[in-house]
Design a protein around this ligand. Structure first.
Ligand SMILES: [Zn+2]
Length: 72
């Protein structure tokens, strides 16, 4: 996730708020200290049963987008 101010990709999540289908994260840029927020939409219609079968051998970091769903 790039900082909108300086474009650096190094940032820290300092707060996470979870709504029904949206996860909002507050991030702190480690380069310019700019604070910004990002939102992730959870696609409840997404068929992850088939996805999991195909991705069993994939490293976890390739499933980063779906980590919030695993917290449920
Ligand atoms: Zn920045």
């Amino acid at each position: 996730m790039k900082c909108p101010k300086c474009g650096a990709e190094d940032n820290t999540v300092i707060d996470t708020r979870k709504y029904n289908t949206v996860i909002s994260r507050v991030r702190l840029c480690e380069k310019c200290q700019h604070i910004f927020s990002t939102k992730e939409n959870i696609d409840s219609d997404f068929s992850h049963s088939g996805y999991n079968k195909r991705s069993n051998n994939q490293p976890d970091d390739q499933c980063e987008l779906f980590d919030p769903m695993e917290e449920n």
